[in-house]
Design a protein around this ligand. Structure first.
Ligand code: PMT
Length: 228
């Protein structure tokens, strides 16, 4: 129906940051609040979808009607995404996933070393969660985000191709009042359209509105109107 275009679809969304342990009391993370991902979950549910939210640690309530799975590290988020990816129609990676984790987290709290002014951490690469979803033979429609501080369009085109995505939501996270932690966001939307790339500019607006625009655009790609 026109007011519930996502009826019958299962949408899986990752949101928030990941936490990569250094020792039992410390971790590496980032400033993602989860607001953008939670807004996507709210919008998808309002449009009629069954929604599963794979969430890193955030301080937000679970949106009504949404099933939420809490994870901490990138590897936990990867495992949850792989469990669900074969059973969904649309996968949206909005989480700010740590690209690296500590190679060997300490079993006990790290102590300050007498006489040493530096400490070296050795990091190893985390799995690329969204690229792994997009590489599956039974892949859903895959929407990724691109968080950039310069050359937004160029990096967004690169991520669309390199990660095998169907759509990219590229946001410039250096703009004041938008992006990480903010209530508003703006984005350049890119999607595959046969051999070409469709494009739309979404100006600064509340994350709730931007989220609805992204979901509606993805639904149009997923289920093109009859006669197309
Ligand atoms: O949470 P908020 O405070 O509301 O802020 C929203 C946001 C700025 C975090 C969000 O709009 C956003 O841009 N999310 C993606 C952040 C990010 O990590 O972007 P990236 O360009 O580094 O990653 C590109 C894509 O690959 C993303 O879809 C990301 O989820 C995915 N990725 C990245 C690394 C990795 N190891 N696995 C992944 O799946």
């Amino acid at each position: 129906p026109a007011d519930r275009p996502a009826e019958g679809l299962h949408v899986v969304i990752t949101a928030g940051p990941t936490r990569e342990p250094l020792d039992p009391v410390r971790y590496l993370s980032n400033h993602s609040s989860g607001k953008m991902g939670y807004a996507l979950a709210t919008a998808a549910a309002a449009l009629g979808a069954r929604v599963t939210l794979i969430s890193g640690p955030v301080a937000l309530p679970t949106p009504a009607g949404v099933e939420r799975l809490d994870v901490e590290s990138a590897r936990e988020m990867h495992d949850a995404a792989q469990r669900l990816a074969g059973d969904c129609d649309l996968f949206i990676g909005c989480a700010a996933v740590a690209d690296y984790r500590a190679e060997a987290p300490a079993e006990h709290k790290l102590k300050k070393q007498e006489g040493e002014d530096t400490l070296t951490l050795r990091l190893v690469k985390n799995p690329d969660i969204i690229a792994a979803v997009a590489a599956r033979p039974d892949r859903p429609f895959v929407v990724g985000f691109a968080a950039e501080t310069r050359d937004l369009a160029a990096y967004a085109h690169d991520k669309l191709a390199r990660k095998g995505l169907d759509m990219v939501v590229a946001n410039d996270v250096s703009r004041v009042g938008l992006g990480f932690g903010a209530d508003d966001n703006a984005a350049l939307l890119l999607w595959r359209e046969g051999d070409t790339t469709g494009q739309a500019d979404l100006p600064p607006q509340p994350k709730a509105e931007l989220a609805e625009a992204v979901i509606r655009r993805a639904l149009e790609c997923l289920t093109p109107p009859a006669g197309d």
